[in-house]
Structure formats: C-alpha cells, structure tokens
Write a protein that binds this ligand. Sequence first.
Ligand SMILES: Nc1ncnc2c1ncn2[C@@H]1O[C@H](COP(=O)(O)OP(=O)(O)OP(=O)(O)O)[C@@H](O)[C@H]1O
Length: 271
Amino acid sequence: MENLRVKDVSVIYPGKTAGERTHALDNINLDINCGDFMVALGASGCGKTTLLNLLAGFISPSQGKILLGERSINGPGSERGVVFQKHALLPWLNVIENAEFGLKLQGVRKQERRTIATKNLALVGLQEFHERMIYQLSGGMQQRVGIARALSCKPAMLLMDEPMAALDALSRETIQELLLDLWKNTQTMFFFITHSVDEALFLASRLIVMSPRPGRITHSYDLDFNQRFFECRDARAVKSSPDFIHMRETVLDIIYKDERASARSGVSGHA
Ligand SMILES: Nc1ncnc2c1ncn2[C@@H]1O[C@H](COP(=O)(O)OP(=O)(O)OP(=O)(O)O)[C@@H](O)[C@H]1O
C-alpha cells in the first residue's frame, strides 16, 4: 500500500455570512505510512472528524492536497474502509449479509463474497452468529459486524471515527484488543479517532494531538504500548504501568489546557 499524505491542508466550512465560516483545519501536514496505527486525539471541535472525512474522500480540502502515493484523492475508494461511530448496518439483513454487503455492491459473486465475509466474521469473533438479525446483537457485536463489513473489500486503510463511543467499558476493552490483533494480522493502516486518552495511548503506534480554533496538529508521539500488550497480553498491566500513567497525564494536560482556553474564549470554531 502506498503512503497517505496530507499536504498543507486547510478546511473552511462556509456559513451564511463570511463571519459564520468555520476554519476547521489549518495547514495540516501528515504522513500515514504502512504499518501505522495512527490515533487522533483532541478537544471537541479540533477537527478530528473533518480530517477523517478528508482521508475517506467524503469532503475535499479548501486548500492543499491529500495524496495516496502520487495520486490525489478526490473521493471515496475501496482501498479505504470506514467504520462509523454508529454501526450503520442494514437492519433487514442478517449478520453475514451485512458483512458481505459492500462486495455485493461491487458485483462479487455470492460464493466468493460468502467466503470472504465468513473469514472476516471469524476475525472479529462472530463466526457463530451469521444468521442472527442485527437487533439480536449487543452494541459491541454490532460494531464488530461493522468492522467485518469494512474489511470485506480488503482495504489497505481502515478509518474509524470513535467506533467504541457508545459501548460499555468492558466491551470497549475487548474490542481494543481485537483491533490490535486485526491490525497486526491484516497489516492494514489504521486511522482512529477517540476521546479517550487511555484508549489512544493503548492502541496507537503514532498519536497526534490536535488543538481547536483553527484545528491544528500540535503534538505527535511514537508509542509502543501496543507492542508491550503483544508481548504480555495483559492490557491492565500495560495501562497501569508508570510510563503509561505518566504519558496519560502529559496528554491530558495538553487537552485540558485547550478545553479551558475554549471555555474562556467562548469561541466555537468560527473563523
Ligand atoms: N459540515 C459542517 N459545516 C460547518 N461547520 C462544520 C461542519 N462540520 C464540522 N464543522 C465545524 O468544524 C469544526 C471541527 O469539527 P469536527 O467535527 O471535525 O471536530 P471534532 O474534533 O471531530 O469534534 P468532536 O470531538 O466534538 O466530534 C467544529 O467547529 C464544527 O462545528
């Protein structure tokens, strides 16, 4: 897979008047490379979803370029799978029909798409639930179907916008471990948004911290807490280690300062 490059990108959302325009991202430069599990963290309104939407090709930059290798991204593509905060599954289809839906749209024959969907459902631990309807699944299981569906077109990159936001703490921890195993086993680039500092530190091989008004990347870290998890398979031990706690306080401090500045200025991201 070629690398994804965000080059000198700004996004300004139009408003009814010039004063109502929102400068959501300002001069973002970012390289996402093969093997990265990149996590974006930051105060509310700092432009995380806007950045993901650019990478997905759902929106275009006001300035700058998004490049996949040498080619500009001008829209969505099957090499970039997306998992949304809310699963967006089709309730009238069962689990396996949802998992193979993208392939059906692409005209892949039934037997082939069943084979691929079966493999992906096994990867997310749902091999015994093929025939279940979506309403018969827990929130965590629904999100796993969403991940299996996003994997169906064999994307080189998986983009996830707070996929665990609506889950209880235990399901969230289970899916964190599942995501790390998926990342390792599928060699897919991951770009992941979360509000949870613990989740970000645990998952990321690269962490970017963004700050609002306008949205900018202010800090970037290479992390290895996920590698420590692969070595010991004990998430609690990793998350309670002194290094992890120190890093959590460092990042929380950055985000709280941004949140406090926002509260003081009372500005809501308008340019
Ligand atoms: N379609 C839109 N039109 C106008 N303004 C928008 C639009 N989408 C987002 N914004 C504004 O752009 C800024 C960045 O929004 P974005 O959703 O990217 O931030 P975020 O970091 O994902 O926020 P959160 O953490 O609260 O989900 C915000 O001020 C938001 O109100």
